[in-house]
Design a protein around this ligand. Sequence first.
Ligand SMILES: CC(C)(COP(=O)(O)OP(=O)(O)OC[C@H]1O[C@@H](n2cnc3c(N)ncnc32)[C@H](O)[C@@H]1OP(=O)(O)O)[C@@H](O)C(=O)NCCC(=O)NCCS
Length: 149
Amino acid sequence: MTLTLRRMTEADLAVVQQIDRSSFSLPWPERSFHFELNSNPASRCWVAEVDGQVAAMLVIWMIVDEAHIATLATHANHRRKGIGRKLLLKALEQAAQEGVRRAFLEVRSGNEAAQAMYREMGFVEDGRRKRYYRDNGEDAILMSINLDA
Ligand SMILES: CC(C)(COP(=O)(O)OP(=O)(O)OC[C@H]1O[C@@H](n2cnc3c(N)ncnc32)[C@H](O)[C@@H]1OP(=O)(O)O)[C@@H](O)C(=O)NCCC(=O)NCCS
């Protein structure tokens, strides 16, 4: 397996949206990825390619010295191969080079897989937003990691 971690381009958007729609109960509207890629100066959009095919995507927002992981998903056929962790690590390393000192995210309280990955990478839980997700009223768990430790 040849893994390539690189910034997203316009040509990736169809596959990125397909991964988004098949991974989340509340996928982003189609225009959102276009906006993040072309019009949001705070956004850094990444993909992981496996043997030349896009297998995972990530969007991270840079806000002065903080970063917020906006979305991250690995195609179901490619999960548990270390791709999500490597893609997130790459985005965090790049963010740290841009001066980011702390990264944040929200994750559904029932999303054990994502929480396990974030914990394993050193994220810690710092709070909850009650009934944050409007489709099923699930809580959001807030997690963060210090990058300058
Ligand atoms: C969460 C997600 C991005 C993980 O991507 P991935 O490429 O499968 O993750 P990795 O293979 O890099 O896993 C890294 C570590 O996370 C943990 N992990 C990942 N999936 C897990 C699962 N289903 N159960 C338990 N632990 C899991 C493990 O510790 C794993 O390391 P290991 O395989 O060596 O044990 C993927 O499951 C996904 O796309 N889910 C749907 C979308 C989603 O929930 N995104 C996150 C929103 S906050």
